[in-house]
Write a protein that binds this ligand. Structure first.
Ligand SMILES: [Zn+2]
Length: 457
């Protein structure tokens, strides 16, 4: 099967090239050629796609995805998603031009990762967080997705079985972060009082009890009183009860989750695979410690979601700069800060970190409410539109830079170059979210903005 894509702006993902009015030829599942022009009298035996008004780039590689397999969800090993939900998440990735995802729900087994990979056109890769303390943290925070089989797995067995990274080490659910504010604190309060508090109310209650850095000595009785009043909880329970319910929700998983980050980074240096750590205010201290402890030992640690809004923008910048000084590459997650803005309503961290030359290496999404995060391709466009990187560099941050950073994630993809896998996206140049065509291994899986029959298997 051969395809000729012509007339679009070709961004090959190499970081330095843009070909106006370029040509990409796909043959037998591979990129056969990338050309600056196609002789109009030359015959082509295959389908021709008119990409006028479009950008043509490699299929995007998202190294921070959740909810893309039938395994346990998140670092808290929450209940598994129904098939239509995880397949639906993969549909959303594909319809937005992402052709490879790394499942950072590290308690999934490789059987579950392979099932997702086999059933959906998106390449699904696996990561592992099967570490004793990380498992304990998951069980304290949630753990409903675990089975005897997943509990018995180890990072060594997972890597032997094809996992490409260790992670996600730590997460909002186990570290008193957004996952607590969104799910676990509201559930615990509702169980006791019948009142359902909103995410922002839960966060203010938590910060009154434990501060921003999850520390019991930060308790502020006056702030708790105010937050309880705002959340409609006054008179429903005593302030001591409210403090206890929040501490009991947040603290049990916190210490093992921090220990789990250390276990994972040590395992990464032992096993020679990258570790991916959750980089938020709650983990700032352990990450600083680990930077000092592992300096010069060659371990590859990727700081994920360095623009996490639990930091102030200045704190996020300081930690990422420190990481860079220690050789830790930074990943910025778009979450929903560009368009949907359900959870993250500021772009200050994003712009501050991306505006720093060479600080952020790769872009990803993380997981917005029910998988409704902004598209990785929107992040690519934004980085270019804001002038943080030239277009070629912005595309590289979600393609070749990711493939280079995590060697097993997509060794054949990430660049439009002869001989590489024919994972290609054709998207409207005005708004990249207007994805017209996606090819995976040369097969058209999105056509005129809709999934084809080949998207599911
Ligand atoms: Zn995550």
């Amino acid at each position: 099967m051969s395809t000729l894509i012509q007339g679009g702006t070709v961004v090959p993902g190499t970081g330095d090239t843009v070909i106006a009015n370029g040509v990409v030829v796909l043959r037998h599942g591979r990129v056969a050629d990338v050309l600056t022009r196609w002789d109009p009298v030359q015959e082509f035996a295959g389908e021709t796609i008119d990409a006028a008004g479009c950008v043509v780039m490699p299929g995007l590689i998202n190294c921070h995805a959740h909810g893309v397999s039938p395994g346990p969800l998140f670092p808290s090993a929450a209940a598994r998603l129904a098939e239509q939900a995880w397949m639906g998440n993969l549909d959303r990735h594909l319809l937005a031009g992402t052709t490879t995802v790394l499942n950072l729900c590290g308690f999934a087994g490789m059987d579950e990762v392979r099932e997702a990979d086999r059933r959906h056109a998106v390449h699904v890769r696996g990561a592992t967080s099967h570490l004793p303390a990380a498992l304990q943290a998951a069980q304290f925070a949630d753990g409903r997705g675990l089975t005897a089989r997943t509990r018995a797995l180890t990072v060594e067995r997972m890597i032997d079985d094809g996992a490409v990274a260790i992670g996600e080490l730590g997460g909002g659910q186990t570290l008193g972060g957004g996952g607590q504010d969104l799910v676990y604190i509201p559930a615990a309060i509702e169980k006791l009082t019948g009142v359902r508090v909103e995410i922002g109310q839960a966060r203010r209650l938590k910060e009154a009890v434990l501060g921003r850095f999850i520390d019991a000595s930060a308790f502020d009785a006056e702030a708790l009183d105010t937050a309880a009043y705002e959340a409609g909880l006054s008179g429903r329970l005593t302030m001591d009860e409210l403090r206890t319910v929040i501490e009991d929700s947040v603290l049990p998983s916190f210490v093992p989750a921090i220990t789990g980050i250390r276990e994972g980074v040590l395992a990464a240096s032992r096993l020679g695979v990258p570790a991916i750590v959750h980089s938020a205010s709650a983990t700032a201290r352990i990450l600083r410690d680990l930077m000092a402890e592992t300096r010069g030992n060659g371990v590859q640690v990727i700081a994920a979601h360095v623009n996490h809004p639990s930091h102030s923008p200045a704190e996020a910048l300081e930690l990422a700069v420190l990481g860079r000084g220690n050789g830790w590459p930074a990943e910025a997650s778009v979450f929903d800060l560009l368009h949907r803005r359900h959870t993250v309503t500021t772009r200050d961290h994003w712009d501050l970190l991306l505006g720093e030359p060479g600080l952020v290496s790769v872009l990803a999404t993380d997981y917005g409410r029910d998988g409704e995060h902004d598209e990785l391709i929107a992040a690519v466009q934004d980085v270019a539109a804001q002038g943080h990187r030239p277009l070629a560099g912005a595309v590289a941050m979600a393609t070749s830079a990711v493939a280079d950073l995590i060697p097993g994630i997509a060794p054949q993809s990430g660049r439009l170059q002869a001989g590489r896998a024919a994972d290609v996206v054709v998207a409207g140049a005005e708004d990249f979210r207007d994805v017209r065509y996606v090819f995976v291994d040369g097969i058209c899986v999105v056509r005129e903005g809709k999934l084809t029959a080949e998207a599911h298997r």
